[in-house]
Design a protein around this ligand. Sequence first.
Ligand SMILES: NC(=O)c1ccc[n+]([C@@H]2O[C@H](COP(=O)([O-])OP(=O)(O)OC[C@H]3O[C@@H](n4cnc5c(N)ncnc54)[C@H](OP(=O)(O)O)[C@@H]3O)[C@@H](O)[C@H]2O)c1
Length: 171
Amino acid sequence: MILTHIVACSENRVIGTQGGLPWDLPEDMKFFRDTTKGHIMIMGRKTFDSFNGKALPNRYHIVVTRDPSKQSFQSTDKSPVVFVSSLEEAVAHARPLTAQWGDEVFIIGGGEIYKQAFAKNLTDKVYLTLIHREFPGDTYYPEIDQNLFNLTERRDVELPIPFSFLTYLKK
Ligand SMILES: NC(=O)c1ccc[n+]([C@@H]2O[C@H](COP(=O)([O-])OP(=O)(O)OC[C@H]3O[C@@H](n4cnc5c(N)ncnc54)[C@H](OP(=O)(O)O)[C@@H]3O)[C@@H](O)[C@H]2O)c1
């Protein structure tokens, strides 16, 4: 199993504001959709809430919440949604499903979940869209520890605002 963060952040590390994204970047949204399609996605409950009650098609959603019994969602075979009580439980739940849903499991945020994934050593790879602007916000992505991760790929985009698709791999 490969645990991969997929995240977009600004130069000042902002990823979110008031429960949503601070920007509208269609090319990055397409990258997110294309990359996660058919895979398992692990997320915090607040990030799941930001989908406004709609699970994404053809993805297996694992939502981390301190009280899974309080949560409910009408899911389908094509886009299952399950609730678990920790990041470790999310990874354990994902493991036997990788034969069907792919070996690369995406950690899709938000700030609390990315931070814990680094702290608990549950990160092998990062797809980081770095937006070369500063944005105001209330949720942040941690600095990537250059002692632990190598930048292995970079693709720069200029429009509608300059940003870069970066790939980091654990050393
Ligand atoms: N730019 C990006 O790439 C990107 C990606 C994802 C999200 N975002 C943005 O980030 C923001 C949301 O991030 P966030 O940090 O506020 O929230 P989050 O990480 O999405 O979710 C936090 C919630 O996860 C649960 N949780 C966290 N740690 C837990 C643990 N150890 N055990 C059990 N449950 C745990 C709790 O749910 P309960 O409260 O239910 O217990 C907590 O309230 C939004 O603005 C969203 O749009 C941006």
